[in-house]
Design a protein. Structure first.
Length: 216
């Protein structure tokens, strides 16, 4: 079974890599994601040093705060495993995941810059050992990374890219659960979670309509 999977992966990537547009889009997406990883530590320090507004959020204000970091971490990285496992068989779908993630993250840089917010009352640090090492300076947690939710957009980028119905539905459930959990932990406002699906879908639509369609 593993040998069959490996053979299908190699065959799919050989065929896709022959397409010049695919090669350049995939390389550019990877370089963009790497560049974002290098950019975010300084950007998060900038956000953290900036004072913002505390919103009145009737939903979050009525949820007792709890530390559910491990659940967010578990759901997010189970989603990553599902996304990579099935999309390695379909390079075009993996490209969609990378493009959507890169585009929505660039969009978030704009919204985070334009909408300075302080975390909700009752904020509990979201401790993620992987992301904190990749995107922060010395693992420092940024509590001002708010509008809109990067955890929800990351989960939805995987959801939109996977085409197998069962696993797509699982990723949708994970995305919804992550949206609820970041509210339970008071690391986001309700508006951060509500806007995230719209921003992610816009990037998915752009990728499908103007980028990936040129690969066929």
């Amino acid at each position: 079974m593993l040998q069959s999977y490996s053979s299908k992966v190699r065959s799919g990537w050989r065929e896709s890599w022959k397409n010049k547009n695919f090669r350049w889009q995939f390389i550019l997406s990877c370089l963009t994601i790497i560049g974002l990883g290098l950019f975010f530590p300084g950007f998060f320090d900038y956000l953290q040093a900036r004072n913002g507004k505390v919103l009145n959020d009737i939903i979050v204000d009525n949820i007792p705060p709890h530390d559910v970091s491990w659940m967010v971490f578990f759901l997010l990285y189970c989603g990553v495993i599902i996304c990579l496992t099935f999309n390695f068989l379909h390079p075009k779908n993996l490209l969609i995941a990378f493009e959507v993630y890169a585009l929505v993250t660039l969009m978030r840089i704009v919204t985070l810059s334009l909408v300075p917010l302080n975390p909700p009352i009752g904020y509990v640090e979201l401790k993620e050992p992987v992301l904190s090492l990749l995107f922060t300076n010395n693992g420092r947690i940024c509590s001002h990374d708010l509008f809109f939710s990067g955890h929800v957009t990351s989960a939805l980028a995987m959801y939109y890219s996977v085409k197998q119905r069962l696993y797509k539905n699982i990723l949708l459930i994970f995305s919804c659960m992550i949206g609820v959990l970041v509210l339970v932990q008071h690391v986001h406002y309700t508006i951060d979670v509500i806007v995230a699906p719209f921003g992610t879908y816009l990037c998915y639509w752009f990728s499908k309509k103007y980028l990936v369609k040129n690969l066929t």
